[in-house]
Design a protein around this ligand. Structure first.
Ligand code: SD4
Length: 304
């Protein structure tokens, strides 16, 4: 049984392409890469890849990662510029025994040496948004402003699993700021023997709970993907509460080796795309209604 799950409404087209590939016998890694490439290449999705959110200095700095659930190898790209498809580089780096997590110029040089396409990732729209924010006192920007990561988990017919993430991170982030998305265990984790998970939301919080590893670890001990996501999130939110903090903005997705998927969120609405043995469709969960339900694109049109 093949299956795939990806974060946010923006992932729907890519998730459909991914499930088509899986239906035709592709491996989980190809499906993850295709789904994420589709989002990276679409400038209308303003928090990932081309047209992503600039940092305070006006540069679109990208984070991405890829993990192979059979080998437990991972590859990642941190704070890199001008790489058209950071997920493609992360996947290539995943094949290496050393130097598999590269930052900045090193990542850019690796992309060139692999022959991957480079491009200026800024668009008129992304720079106009940046100019407006600079004019409007950036210190007043909320930390969570439309920054959303595409995370995709896939299972193929042969039992292979893979996970990938890609993001431009927080809008107006400090130059050099890194979130959870390229960090194993925080933004993503994948072990084909027990399951895969990934996170989206405020990286500064997600990293404190190593939430993706926590979800996979709960699945290893027998929890379903949905229960694992809920338990990890509730436990972490409870811990934050004990520190006098609110739950924050965090959403989690997970996939089991049998193709069952699940999600949990602290938000009012968290849409995701998923398919198990069929083309991906849109679903949503909310903090108040933790059971996911199918939604139309119109119902979640205000969500990323
Ligand atoms: C980050 N976790 O850089 C990413 C951003 C994100 O929904 O996923 N936002 O912190």
């Amino acid at each position: 049984m093949y299956a795939l799950i990806g974060t946010w409404r923006m992932c729907l087209d890519g998730a459909r392409r991914g499930t088509e590939l899986l239906r035709d016998g592709a491996d989980a890694g190809d499906a993850v890469e295709r789904a994420i490439l589709t989002v990276e290449d679409e400038p209308g999705y303003t928090s990932v890849g081309y047209g992503g959110l600039p940092d305070r200095s006006g540069h679109v700095m990208l984070d991405a990662a890829y993990m192979d659930g059979r080998t437990l190898r991972m590859g990642g790209v941190i704070s890199a510029e001008n790489i058209r498809n950071p997920i493609a580089l992360a996947r290539k780096l995943c094949g290496l025994e050393t130097n598999c997590l590269l930052a900045g110029r090193g990542a850019e040089q690796a992309a060139v040496s692999f022959g991957l396409p480079m491009r200026d990732m800024r668009t008129e729209a992304s720079m106009a948004k940046w100019r407006r924010a600079v004019a409007e006192q950036p210190e007043k920007l909320s930390a969570y402003q439309g920054h959303d990561t595409v995370c995709v988990l896939a299972l193929d017919e042969a039992g292979g699993m893979a996970a990938g993430t890609s993001t431009s991170g927080l809008f107006m982030k400090a130059p050099g700021r890194v979130g959870d998305s390229p960090l194993i265990g925080s933004g993503f984790y994948c072990d084909a023997s027990c399951g895969a998970a990934a996170a989206t939301g405020l990286g500064e919080d997600i990293m404190r709970g190593c939430l993706s590893y926590e979800v996979v670890s709960l699945m290893k001990r027998g929890a379903s993907p949905a229960d694992a996501c809920r338990e990890a999130l509730e436990t972490f939110a409870g811990r934050k509460k004990s520190l006098g903090e609110d739950a924050g903005s965090i959403s989690l997705i997970a996939l089991s080796p049998s193709g069952e998927y699940g999600a949990a969120t602290t938000l009012k609405l968290f849409p995701f795309a998923a398919g198990r043995g069929e083309a991906a469709k849109l679903y949503a969960v909310s903090a108040a209604k933790p059971q996911y339900k199918a939604v139309s694109p119109e119902e979640v049109e205000n969500e990323p």
